[in-house]
Design a protein around this ligand. Structure first.
Ligand code: ADP
Ligand code: MG
Length: 684
């Protein structure tokens, strides 16, 4: 049902929902809470571990409130005592009517974040409850949804409860066979949907989440199995030979490939020249040298007279790969035509590129999602590589397959998942692992610091620049924002320029035009820029080996996986590299999390420790892990569930691979729906 059919949702609100990709009531039910507001037992100030966390405090008014201020802003301030006798202040803006309730001796529960103001604790604009009201709420979980400008959490709540309560259309028949539900103690689907949004108690939330995570993995694995079977034993329809030009280029590289690279490359080349179409995953941590393997494979295909394409997630990365391929071929006197194709090129530029691709003039094509535009026709596409790519499931490749003969597929990933999980998640791919770093790399030196270190950090940047090295500074924001207090690229650059007048400093962010991004990246690669201040647009893939410092501002605002990727931009050459995590907030929790990165440079280790720190069952704020785009399930946190799903799916598949038995009727319907949905997403 369309969202506009809901009470209180007009065209305007529907437009806001659309920004979150929510169009129907079904979409809305899958819009799971980001976290929950839990009404905990009130605590006392003495026992607070972290001022940054919202807490509930019970207090008695010990001095009648005063009203200050004049004109537009009226401030109400009251002094209270908590149950340990610690004095605190509460402050409300423009709510003078509260004065009447905050009577001397009256008792309330306040919820908010404490600040230290001078020498006392202060709560600004806390939520205020009578004891009776708070007792009523205690223990309940209020969902907090991902939102967008113009949509409040309240609106979300209202709409979702409407769908759940008034309209029972969402109810679906149970599609997971009963033996699976019994074996893995799964709640029923409809129960899970109701309770992920409005759990009556924590236990119901856990059951709901487990069921939904299970069903996401389960459908994903079954979809993979069914798609895999449709293309099992695909014969290799290309005539590719190993060529001596390729071996010559390998010999002329400025470095020697590691054994892991050589082994992987050999596996890929054997596939290309073998009897079956390749479907292979290359897994290797940041900096392990995956690109050269991709490059050689593309070259081999091109020299054999076919086209090869490489798809990457960002324009910055596409531009960089494009430039480095061109220059590598030039240096080696190889006449190969490389084409760049990204979404923000002008219509005219794109059309010209399309023509060259269709005619076969372009031999290697590098780009973003623009590579799978419907209009684009390839002349003779034999190899498709996706680098650092979000994985939409196997279907993405099906889409390429629709563009001519089924090409060979190579997927490159830095997501550090254990082999056992990789085998499940990339069920249809053969796996090569690059588990060795190039020789001569020094481990990156890390530091977690706060504002007091800023001066040192700046002179450190200066010193590295004077040694001929380059630096990155990452800021969370592009420009100043009212809603967030965080470093922004534009002001930061201005400021740093005045502090380090001898350094050439420029900025980069996603909103620049592609030509501008290209120019900045080109100049940074050519050492014409010393310090690049950037948003996370450089998070994946970017490679400038002369850069030795990565300074990340407001490091607390990023997930660990993202920080590990960012750090991977340095330590790519022979020189000692450094990563400085700067935090604005002094919270123990944040310190502990960043300390994981401080102590390890190994992606696997970081993912494992992060999970340990959170503890099992702590799913709030879990960042989706790299390549995988599940709604609620997390590859790491739910790895046990993932393995169970794989077992169950395999059992079902082995006995009924067309899902035709009576037990699997609804399951089949869901799998078809699932594969259809994913395909739809890709076709955009
Ligand atoms: P990633 O695996 O993160 O994609 P890249 O392929 O970008 O890593 O490689 C990182 C850097 O290491 C690049 O500058 C690349 O040229 C260099 N490199 C790759 N292989 C080797 C090697 N065997 N020896 C030395 N440097 C290498
Ligand atoms: Mg890479």
């Amino acid at each position: 049902m369309e969202l506009t059919k809901l009470k209180g949702v007009g065209e305007k609100t529907a437009e806001h929902f659309a920004k979150l990709d929510l169009y129907t009531t079904e979409d809305l039910l899958k819009h799971y809470p980001r976290t929950y507001d839990i009404y905990n037992e009130p605590v006392t100030i003495k026992t607070l571990e972290d001022l940054d966390e919202e807490s509930a405090i019970e207090g008695v008014v010990c001095k009648s409130p005063d009203i200050f201020g004049s004109g537009k802003i009226k401030i109400l301030s009251a002094k209270l005592k908590d149950m340990d006798g610690t004095i605190f202040e509460v402050v409300f803006f423009n709510m003078p009517y509260l004065k009447a309730s905050l009577k001397l001796g009256a008792r309330y529960v306040f919820r908010g974040k404490f600040k230290i103001k001078g020498n006392h604790y202060c709560l600004e604009q806390p939520k205020i409850f009578t004891l009776a009201k708070y007792n009523e709420l205690k223990g309940t979980m209020m969902p907090i949804y991902p939102l967008t400008k113009g949509l409040s959490n309240n609106m979300m709540l209202k709409c979702i409860s409407q769908v759940l309560d008034i309209n029972k259309d969402y109810l679906e028949p149970e599609f997971i066979p009963s033996w699976v539900r019994e074996k893995y103690e799964l709640a029923e689907h409809n129960f899970a949907i109701q309770n992920i949004h409005f759990p009556k108690e924590f236990d119901d939330y856990i059951k709901a989440r487990h069921r939904l995570a299970f069903e996401e993995f389960f459908l994903f694995i079954l979809a993979t199995l069914s798609l895999k079977s449709t293309k099992e034993s695909n014969p290799n329809s290309f005539h590719i030979k190993r060529l001596k030009e390729v071996d010559e280029l390998l010999n002329d590289l400025p470095f020697k490939l590691t054994n892991a690279q050589l082994r992987t490359l050999d596996e890929v080349r054997s596939d290309l020249t073998g009897d079956r179409t390749m479907s292979r995953l290359i897994q290797g941590d940041v900096g392990s040298g995956k690109t050269i393997v991709a490059t050689i494979s593309l070259l081999e295909v091109a020299l054999n007279g076919y086209q090869g394409a490489m798809m990457v997630p960002t324009e910055v990365l596409a531009i960089q790969h494009f430039e480095s391929l061109k220059s590598l071929f030039e240096t080696n006197n190889l006449d190969i035509k490389v084409e760049l194709l990204v979404g923000s090129m002008t219509k005219k530029q794109k059309e010209k590129a399309y023509e060259r691709i269709e005619s076969g003039e372009s031999q290697i094509i590098v780009g973003t999602h623009a590579l799978i535009q419907e209009k684009l026709v390839y002349k003779d596409l034999a190899l498709v590589i996706t680098d650092e790519q979000h994985r939409f499931g196997v279907c993405q490749r099906e889409n390429f397959a629709g563009k001519g003969n089924r090409p060979h597929i190579l997927v490159m990933s830095a997501t550090p998942i254990p082999r056992t999980l990789a085998i499940i998640l990339y069920g249809d791919l053969d796996i090569s692992i690059i588990d060795e770093m190039p020789k001569g790399r020094l481990p990156i030196k890390n530091a977690v610091v706060d504002e007091s270190y800023r001066k040192n950090a700046e002179s450190f940047l200066n010193r590295e620049v004077s040694k001929g090295h380059q630096c990155y500074v990452i800021c969370p924001m592009v420009e100043e924002s009212e809603n967030f207090e965080a470093a922004n690229v534009i002001d930061y650059t201005k400021n740093l320029k005045t502090k380090l007048p001898n350094c050439k400093i420029e900025y980069l962010h996603g909103k620049l035009k592609p030509k501008e991004k290209e120019e900045i990246m080109r100049r940074f690669s050519n050492r014409e820029i010393d310090i690049l201040v950037s948003t996370t647009v450089i998070e994946v893939g970017v490679n400038v080996p002369n850069a030795t410092v990565m300074l990340i501002e407001n490091a607390e605002m990023f997930g660990l996986a993202g920080l590990h990727q960012l750090r991977g931009r340095v330590g790519r050459g022979d020189a000692q590299s450094y990563c400085i995590f700067m935090t604005g907030k002094k919270s123990e929790k944040i310190k502990k999390r960043l300390d994981i990165l401080n102590k390890s440079n190994d992606g696997f280790e970081i993912a494992r420790k992060d999970l340990e720190l959170r503890g099992p069952g702590d799913f709030f704020g879990v960042r989706q892990s790299g390549d995988f785009d599940f709604g609620i399930a997390d590859v790491f946190a739910d790895s046990k569930t993932l393995k169970e799903c794989a077992d169950a799916a395999k059992t079902i598949y082995d006995s009924d691979n067309t899902l035709s038995s009576k037990d699997n009727i609804y399951l089949k319907k869901k799998v078809i729906e699932y594969t259809g949905k994913v395909l739809e997403k890709i076709n955009l």
